[in-house]
Design a protein. Structure first.
Length: 691
């Protein structure tokens, strides 16, 4: 694997002989909370731009990152999706929307559906900072930081102007139909934009199973954004809504290669996200010291309601809501070769949770043990200072320090006592970028990340489904924060036609929180939801294990007037150990994976793209993988899909695209997913935009 990665890097070095100015270099903001090029950032950064987003037809937002450097995608079923970054997932990766946290107090450190509650057709850019970023972003930023940006429409001139857009598409393998209408009105310094989206997907067709039922769902979304720029000031107000009224948990009903179905029916019903966001920016000098100021204020409400029929005698309904309020402030100062960013954050998350059981025999409904303590509160504060220093023009050094304080209140419930948990963390990092040549940058970074135990770790309550003998979750207020220390180093190449990156990294992950199943203790009947006369086995989360993770990420892109070629290759290896036990494979580690493709523009009004996406076999499984019904105990087979896109612009602003997916009709499953990938199919789309 490493030989191929080296070839990906050495090929452009051999072919790009001229010392040309750096080009093809996207700008990102996530790595240092400031606009800078990917080439300059001392860490690995993946950027998916607007043009690349518009060529794709994602079912969920995470689909837009499939095949990108440093990323592996997984979906427990249609309408769900996560990204795995350097072997970490869920709450081990921080997710941001326009600078504000998506991660909430019940974000699981396992596959979850929350990033699928972002409209993938209302995005302008995606940035993935690979590796820990606890200094700038606090808790959860261990594997990396995934940030999505929504469009901002700006106009020039004093006259009022308008813009409009229309998107419609149909996919055969998913029987998917999608439409979006968007528009904007404004003039210089003022704009109002928005849109609505609707998607309806049928039961997915796979190569060896036909139509998988249930897997159909539909979603609806709406967004609006107001921008006002009086001089050096800028104010923004935005609102977003995304809802999936009923989303089947397909793997619970259909089972998988690793086991039998666990439910007769299982749905997220509904799943939704509402987001209200205000931002203020000042581009000027304050007091002769501060040279830029940015303030964000936001509220996010996520409803994670669930319906489940575990057997023929009863149904269960869960109602879980997170109301997350956030305030962030950042200022900048520049003193010649030294630049400073400093600021603070405050987030407060209020949790509402209840659960009912209904007997199918008599229709009676009774209260059950809620998944979380109703009224739980998580309060997070942080202060940080980050500095960039240029000791000479070719050399950049950045370093920073952050103090974080997280406090969680667990109210008393009928089965558990009240508790208050306080966690503190001091995190830092140091990185460097050195120009070996005008085209070649050597970058390195040493960083620390942490994850404070959240409500999912501390306070999950009630019976564990389908356990025999019966098991119950018991809260553990004594958990410690997880920590991760990571070192990465690599080369970045930029020239007129080439862009390449080769990064090697290694991480030490300590105090990982996992459920001890069971602990050896017995819970008496009536406590913590135990309904067995002989008592129940206790399960609770503890700081149990330590991980060693390492990997290599490589990417290559070549571009001229008519041709574009691209490739990526990712390799991750992980081992886990517990006290007194031998090392085992780490959980849910992605296989070797990547993509290889090319795009040809024979004329200005059309293009043809072909690409392979692939993954090798993954049979290094831990105990959780072996007991997961989504994963074959023998391992997940390797796979390759062949895909094409044909685009034609018959007139300015109108794009017709025909996409052929999985043309070889391969039967495949992304490792850890709860359903096979789509069978061979076509996708037709029409996109119209005014200039």
């Amino acid at each position: 694997m490493s030989r191929w990665s080296l070839l990906l890097l050495l090929l452009p070095l051999a072919l790009a002989a001229e010392d040309a100015p750096v080009s093809l270099d996207p700008v990102q903001v996530t790595a240092g909370r400031i606009r800078e090029t990917v080439f300059e950032a001392p860490q690995g950064v993946t950027v998916v731009g607007r043009e690349q987003i518009e060529r794709q037809a994602p079912g969920v937002m995470s689909d837009l990152l499939r095949g990108e450097p440093g990323v592996f995608t997984q979906s427990s079923g249609p309408g769900q999706g996560i990204v795995i970054v350097r072997g970490l997932k869920g709450s081990e990766v921080l997710h941001l929307v326009d600078g504000m946290r998506l991660n909430n107090a019940f974000f699981r450190n396992s596959p979850s559906q929350y990033i699928a509650l972002i409209d993938p057709y209302a995005l302008s850019r995606i940035e993935l900072l690979r590796g820990p970023a606890g200094t700038l972003y606090g808790s959860d930023a261990m594997g990396g930081v995934l940030q999505v940006f929504t469009p901002e429409e700006r106009f020039g001139g004093a006259d009022w102007q308008t813009r409009a857009g229309l998107l419609t598409q149909y996919g055969s393998a998913s029987q998917g139909q999608l439409g979006r209408i968007s528009g904007a009105i404004g003039r210089e310094g003022l704009s109002l934009a928005g849109g609505i989206s609707y998607a309806d997907y049928g039961h997915r067709k796979t190569a060896d199973q036909g139509r998988v039922q249930p897997s159909a769902y539909f979603s609806r979304a709406a967004d609006a954004k107001l921008l006002w720029e009086p001089g050096a000031h800028e104010a923004m107000l935005a609102v977003q809504h995304f809802e999936v009224p009923s989303l089947p948990r397909t793997f619970e009903v259909t089972g998988g290669p690793g086991g039998e179905p666990s439910s007769l029916q299982a749905f997220f019903r509904p799943n939704s996200r509402d987001f209200l966001h205000a931002r203020y920016r000042y581009r000027g000098v304050l007091g002769g010291v501060v040279e830029g100021l940015e303030i964000h204020l936001a509220r996010q409400v996520i409803d994670d309601d669930r319906f489940r029929q575990p057997n023929s005698s009863r149904v269960e309904n869960e109602f879980n809501r997170s109301t997350l309020d956030g305030l962030t402030l950042q200022a900048e100062s520049d003193w010649g070769p030294l630049s400073l960013r400093y600021g603070g954050e405050w987030y407060r998350d209020r949790i509402a949770s209840r659960k009912t059981r209904t007997s199918l025999a008599n229709g009676e409904t009774s209260a059950d043990i809620s998944l979380f303590p109703d009224g739980a509160l998580e309060d997070s504060r942080g202060l940080y200072l980050f500095a960039e220093w240029r000791p000479q023009p070719r050399w950049l050094v950045d370093t920073g320090l952050r103090y974080s304080h997280i406090e969680t209140e667990l109210p008393a419930t009928p089965v558990s006592a009240a508790a208050r948990i306080r966690d503190e963390a001091l995190t830092g990092q140091i990185g460097t970028a050195f120009r070996l040549t005008p085209r070649l940058n050597w970058v390195s970074n040493l960083g620390r990340g942490f994850r404070a135990p959240n409500l999912f770790d501390l306070g999950t309550l009630g019976r564990r489904p389908n356990s025999a003998p019966e098991q119950v979750n018991v809260p553990n207020p004594g958990l410690r924060p997880e920590t991760l220390l990571s070192l990465e180093s690599g080369l970045k190449l930029r020239s007129r036609q080439w862009r390449a990156e080769l990064m090697a990294w290694a991480s030490r992950y300590e105090d990982k929180i996992e459920p001890r199943e069971p602990t050896g203790n017995t819970v008496p009947e009536g406590q913590f939801g135990c309904s067995s006369a002989s008592g129940c086995l206790e399960v609770r989360s503890e700081n149990l294990s330590e991980l060693r993770l390492q990997g290599v990420e490589s990417t290559l892109r070549w571009l001229d007037a008519r041709w574009e070629g691209y490739a990526s290759l990712n390799w991750t290896y992980g081992q886990e150990s517990r006290a007194g036990a031998a090392r085992t494979p780490a959980n849910r580690i992605p296989p070797l994976n990547g993509q290889l493709g090319g795009l040809w523009r024979p004329r200005s009004d059309g293009y043809l793209e072909g690409f392979l996406q692939f993954a090798a076999r993954q049979d290094r499984l831990d105990d959780d993988d072996l007991s997961d019904i989504r994963i074959d105990p023998r391992g997940t087979a390797g796979w390759v899909t062949l895909n094409t896109r044909l685009g034609w612009t018959p007139q300015p602003g109108l794009l017709l695209q025909l996409e052929g997916r999985n043309l070889l009709d391969a039967a495949y499953r992304e490792h850890g997913s709860g359903i096979d990938g789509e069978a061979r199919g076509v996708l037709l789309s029409l996109r119209w935009q005014t200039p």
